[in-house]
Design a protein around this ligand. Structure first.
Ligand code: B3K
Ligand code: ZN
Length: 872
């Protein structure tokens, strides 16, 4: 276990790094020269990290070391005799083609046509050479690459180009110098046959930059959208944060073999192809927005992550939470802000809330870990972003900008901490933000209880707010958190009331933020002329679960009238959850009626945005509904949710749905503007609802939509309706899709995923059948994710079979996968999270499987840590 409280500054730093690579697919050799600096206050021997390295030679200050002068064991190289200013030189041999973990130097694609690349974050650099592989060691890099020109025509590393030329025997070389000292996790190289898309860019502060996006020949035409997104991101960061790019060239590379979404290596971002490539025939609208967001995210890291990096991996959210926040703000500016907020909060609830409620829960700044790669979680990223959002809200737009300027200025070229961040934001605004530090240190989702009391005689409205820490160890002892609650009060006619907070003299407005910073507190509003309906936590102003005793008609009122798009949707979600409970408990159906009536009237309302309407017509997902239960039966939840949607569809009426579908389908376009995207989104939702009333009719419409679809959004939506509805047309459509997109890995991923999400019992057999498909392999993370990931994560009713067969399948695949790629295996294994809250038969079945897996010998540290935690 590594613990935050054990942090010590490095005893040895590396001032300059010179790396010389001789690249080959099977074997690559690397000579490294490190100029060392010693911390005079510490007396530790020189110890460098190094994993699975074949050491060929080693010398210190030009003198080859005898075997007695160094020891390489347990992934540490200890060297005697080094002093401040010493130069350590090592030569190692690496085996890229044999590297299936996709960490360090590895091969993407086939031996004949593929290319070499690296992935270092978090601790991959130690798989490349000996180094103090920790983020607080910042060094200047000079990298020289040598390789066969025919096989590796393109040679790239981070930094600015510093010469290139020919060598004997058909070989060539290229050198890169990075003027910005950086931690080893930001090192990268790429070598192989790649095509390039180029654009010139001039930064706001006048630097001419070449933007170069690299991809294999068959993919380069699909990089234009990413290039536009990159340019938009660069402009936005200049305008919103005053941040300019700082090298002469910015490389971006696409690979199909990547453990995550993308990586912000300095000057050489590397992307999973699914987060970079886009064209209308193979990319859905949602994926387009995702590409834009990930391109922006990685670019924004150049400041929030690279120029200012993390002192240690416990501070990971310092760069990730902040960068997600920056990315979300960018996406909100580029697209619709309320829709973006709905999407982000949905993700938080689907991915982070369950994580925070189970055995894998950890604070945004964890206190300990065994394998850091297991901590690139929804908590560190998404909840981390919510914490930054609260801080930004507390400071206001100008104050936050002032604080961010101070943060970048003061920490530029440093490895910083969360405390540094809060200090810079606070000091630039003359305020103390340290109370927010508590948010970073505790796991679990806090509950916010709200109760309102109207005094008609006194014209006062008292809002009582209380907070409750989530259960678990030490919950009672936790200090209260500052919880900003943005609120408004509505009349029963849907108008907003002016707010006068008792004791506050300044003018009134219709919306304000109160901060609950103690266990309980009353907020008294005066001059309230009528009993109001409160709209609380507007825009989701804090990552909490709100418990408020609304009556169904009050939620319906907010759903109809709230002008905060997010809260309008949120009122609908709360109402839908109550409607679901009506069905489940078989009692009163007041919420069900209110929900259906409110949506029926919105459905007939021509002024509402199509995309928002589509979201309003979607009840909380199965995972979110499960969060509200104690003995979870995922198949029953699925059935109830289907019934809920069927009731809604019936209330809207088959004719109205058909008419709406026809009107939306009359627009056939692949345009990416907001209106066209919104139409496609609503068209899909309407078709899904219609399928619950008129199976055959909807299947015919879907089959026609599939056949005539001008782009992937419509095609995939239609395919999904056919497959999930078990329509007779589904098998032909699947075959056609398979043939049409046979050469397109990203489109094939969607073909696997759509089938893996077949609801209920039949899913498992389908998954097993698809595992035998020629295109399936455990070696490719995207393919694993598209079949197994989609099954275990996005298909609760399929995965949680009562006979436990889903759990057994997952456990078996985890063992095979772990031997190839521990990071991917560990991520997949988090699907076992929450098994303790399953109803008893499933719980027993899951427990047996997990216990057996935990006892399996030779699990990677990654997988062992997840399985071990999940069992507790
Ligand atoms: N920083 C990388 C993630 C690295 C994950 C290492 N297991 C991508 C990102 O967050 O931008
Ligand atoms: Zn990131």
């Amino acid at each position: 276990m590594i613990r935050l409280c054990d942090y010590r500054a490095p005893a040895w730093r590396v001032e300059t790094v010179e790396l010389d690579f001789d690249l080959g697919i099977d074997a690559s050799e690397l000579r490294s020269r490190l100029r060392l600096r010693r911390d005079p206050a510490q007396d530790a021997p020189l110890r460098l990290d190094g994993e699975n390295l074949q050491l060929l030679s080693i010398s210190l200050d030009g003198v080859p070391l005898p075997a007695t002068a160094y020891r390489y064991a347990g992934n540490v190289l200890e060297v005697d005799g080094a002093h401040d200013g010493s130069v350590l030189e090592t030569r190692v041999r690496l085996r890229p083609a044999a590297n299936t973990a996709l960490e360090g130097l590895y091969l993407s694609g086939s031996r004949e046509a593929g290319f070499l690349l690296t992935q270092c974050e978090a601790e991959g650099f130690r798989h490349i050479t000996f180094f103090p592989d920790r983020p607080d060691v910042l060094s200047s890099y000079t990298v020289t690459l040598r390789a066969d020109r025919e096989r590796f025509p393109v040679l790239l590393a981070g930094g600015n180009p510093d010469g290139a030329g020919e060598l004997e025997g058909g070989r060539h070389w290229a050198r890169f110098v990075d003027p910005h000292p950086k931690p080893s996790y930001l090192f990268a190289l790429v070598a192989g046959r790649l095509e390039v898309l180029e654009r010139d860019y001039v930064t706001a502060d006048g630097r001419a930059v070449q933007l170069k996006i690299w991809a294999e020949a068959d993919a380069i035409d699909r990089c234009h959208y990413a290039m536009d997104a990159l340019e938009r991101s660069m402009r936005w960061d200049e305008q919103a944060y005053g941040r300019n790019y700082d090298l002469d060239v910015f490389h971006v590379v696409a690979t199909h073999d990547f453990n995550m979404g993308a990586m912000e290596n300095k000057g050489l971002n590397i992307f999973n192809a699914k987060c970079l490539l886009a064209d209308p025939d193979s990319t859905t609208d949602d994926e387009y927005r995702h590409v834009e967001a990930v391109v922006a995210h990685e670019y924004f890291h150049n400041w929030s992550g690279n120029r200012v990096t993390c002192r240690d991996w416990f501070q990971l959210s310092l760069k990730e939470g902040l960068t997600v926040f920056r990315e979300q703000s960018f996406s909100a500016d580029m697209n619709s802000a309320p829709l973006k907020r709905i999407e982000d909060v949905s993700l938080l609830r689907r991915a982070q809330f369950p994580e925070d409620a189970g055995p894998l829960a950890h604070p945004v700044r964890p206190a300990q870990y065994s394998e850091i790669n297991n901590f690139y979680t929804a908590t560190v990223y998404e909840k981390g972003s919510e914490l930054v959002r609260m801080l930004a809200g507390a400071l206001g737009q100008d104050g936050f900008r002032r604080g961010m300027d101070r943060y970048f200025e003061r920490n530029d070229g440093r490895a910083a901490t969360i405390e540094d961040f809060l200090a810079a934001l606070g000091e630039a605004n003359g305020t103390d933000l340290t109370p927010y530090l508590a948010w970073y240190g505790q796991a679990g989702t806090p509950r916010l209880k709200a109760h309102g009391q109207y005094d008609a005689a006194a014209h006062t409205y008292t809002l009582s707010l209380g907070q409750r820490a989530p259960g678990g160890n030490g919950a009672e002892a936790r200090p209260p958190l500052p919880i900003p609650v943005k609120l408004a009060l509505f009349t029963r006619h849907g108008d907003m009331l002016p707010l006068h907070l008792d004791g506050q003299t300044s003018g009134s407005s219709n919306e304000m933020v109160v901060v609950l910073d103690q266990a309980e507190r009353d907020f008294v509003f005066t001059n309230v002329v009528t009993a109001p309906v409160p709209s609380l936590l507007r825009g989701f102003s804090a990552p909490v679960v709100l418990e408020c005793d609304y009556a169904p008609d009050e939620l319906a009122l907010l759903l109809a009238h709230d002008i905060d798009g997010f809260n309008r949707w949120e009122a609908g979600q709360q109402l839908a959850a109550r409607a679901y409970e009506n069905l489940r408990d078989g009692n009163a159906s007041d919420a069900l009626l209110a929900w259906c009536d409110a949506l029926a009237s919105l459905f007939g309302n021509a002024t509402i945005d199509d995309a928002l309407l589509a979201d309003l017509l979607t009840p909380p997902g199965e995972v979110e509904l499960a969060e509200r239960e104690s003995a979870i039966d995922p198949q029953r939840i699925h059935q109830l949710r289907q019934e809920l949607q069927q009731r809604l569809a019936a209330r809207l009426g088959a004719d109205a749905l058909r008419q709406r579908y026809a009107a939306l389908a009359a627009h056939t376009s692949i345009a990416l503007d907001a209106v066209s995207q919104a139409r496609r989104r609503l068209k899909r939702r309407v078709l899904e609802l219609l399928a619950l009333l008129d199976r055959d009719g909807a299947a015919e419409l879907a089959a026609a939509q599939f056949r005539d679809a001008p782009g992937m959004t419509d095609r995939l939506a239609a395919l999904s309706v056919l497959v999930r509805g078990g329509a007779p047309q589904a098998s032909t459509a699947l075959l056609e899709y398979r043939a049409r997109h046979a050469g397109d890995a990203l489109a094939l991923d969607k073909w696997f995923a759509v089938q893996a999400q077949l609801p209920g019992e039949p899913a498992l057999e389908r998954v097993q059948l698809l595992e035998r498909d020629d295109a399936f392999t455990l070696k490719n993370p995207n393919r694993v994710q598209s079949l197994l990931g989609a099954f275990v994560r996005n298909n609760p009713s399929g995965f949680h079979r009562i006979d436990g067969a889903g759990y057994r399948l997952l456990a078996e695949r985890l063992v095979s996968l772990d031997a190839l790629n521990p990071q991917v295996a560990a991520r997949l294994a988090t699907a076992f999270n929450g098994w303790q809250r399953l109803e008893s038969r499933r719980r027993e079945a899951a427990r047996t499987v997990i216990v057996e897996l935990a006892a399996h010998r030779g699990l990677s540290r990654n997988l062992a840590e997840i399985i071990g935690s999940v069992l507790n």
